[in-house]
Ligand binder design. Structure first.
Ligand SMILES: Cc1cc2nc3c(=O)[nH]c(=O)nc-3n(C[C@H](O)[C@H](O)[C@H](O)COP(=O)(O)O)c2cc1C
Length: 255
């Protein structure tokens, strides 16, 4: 049995959660990075004997479009799959049910679903430092329960009840496009790493606002910390969600 860890994790929080889960299973892990714009996704075929973990962040309570497109291009063969949605302590709304539908359409059989919390990648004061040790122990417990289900052939056929609504809530971009300041040395790493190919090598200072998905990957990857989003806009957005983020949310397992 091989584990395919399929993640869209522009700033690393989703990867941290996926890794806590797959580490528990102690099997070889094949990592598929959905942030990579160069991968030939339609050439990726998974087998029935594999186990997939498909993990995405919640963007506005939905699966990021780019992740949805790339997962839709991968082929499962009724491959058992654990879906994971990671969010920044506001809400994940229809992300998990949408991910369930996308995974099923691509030939995966969803056997469990997890919602988990990681530091907000734009407003870092929310869920700061998560996943923390408490999260790690909860997620480890979830992973053990899932492994029991995987090892129990009759149990595998039980379908989890996943929260969310259809039709899904309307999706919308955050509209925060990072720009480079004078510390930019023109190394081009941001353009290389951008999941949406929104940064042209001819003009590294700014990103194409039509293509940029506000994922903040260029901000975290820049070796000079030269890329920033408008601070006033971030503060206003943080104020708007302050109440919704004020209490610590729990990780959840649907099995
Ligand atoms: C464009 C965008 C939209 C987001 N929308 C939400 C949201 O609706 N609810 C929430 O709780 N967190 C939201 N977040 C926070 C992310 O879901 C969270 O930080 C996640 O861990 C980011 O994943 P990553 O670190 O793998 O990139 C959003 C982040 C971004 C960049």
């Amino acid at each position: 049995m091989n584990i395919s860890q399929i993640t869209f994790s522009p700033t690393g929080g989703t990867d941290k959660v996926a890794e806590i889960i797959t580490k528990v299973w102690g099997m070889p892990v094949n990592k598929i990075d959905l942030s990579n714009a160069e991968t030939d996704y339609p050439s990726l075929d998974l087998d029935k004997t594999d186990i997939a973990v498909i993990a995405v962040p919640s963007y506005g309570g939905r699966v990021p479009d780019l992740a949805a497109q790339r997962i839709s291009n991968i082929h499962g063969k009724q491959t058992p799959c654990v879906i994971v949605c990671v969010y920044g302590n506001r809400a994940y709304e229809d992300t998990l049910i949408e991910l369930n539908d996308i995974a099923q359409k691509s030939g995966f059989k969803v056997i469990a679903a997890i919602s988990a919390i990681a530091e907000h990648s734009i407003m870092h004061q929310y869920a700061a430092g998560r996943p923390d040790t408490k999260d790690e122990s909860e997620l480890t417990g979830f992973a053990k329960k899932i492994l029991d289900k995987i090892n129990d052939n009759s149990g595998r056929s039980v379908t989890p009840q996943i929260p969310g609504n259809r039709p899904y809530k309307k999706s919308g971009g955050a509209g925060l496009v990072p720009k480079a300041n004078t510390y930019c040395t023109g190394c081009g790493l941001c353009a290389k790493q951008c999941p949406a190919k929104a940064i042209s090598t001819e003009n590294l200072k700014t990103a194409d606002s039509k293509k940029c998905i506000s994922c903040m990957r260029c901000v975290v990857k820049c070796p000079q910390s030269a890329r920033k989003v408008n601070g006033a806009l971030v503060s206003a957005a943080a104020l708007a969600i302050k109440k919704a983020c004020s209490t610590r949310k729990d990780n959840e397992l649907y099995i």
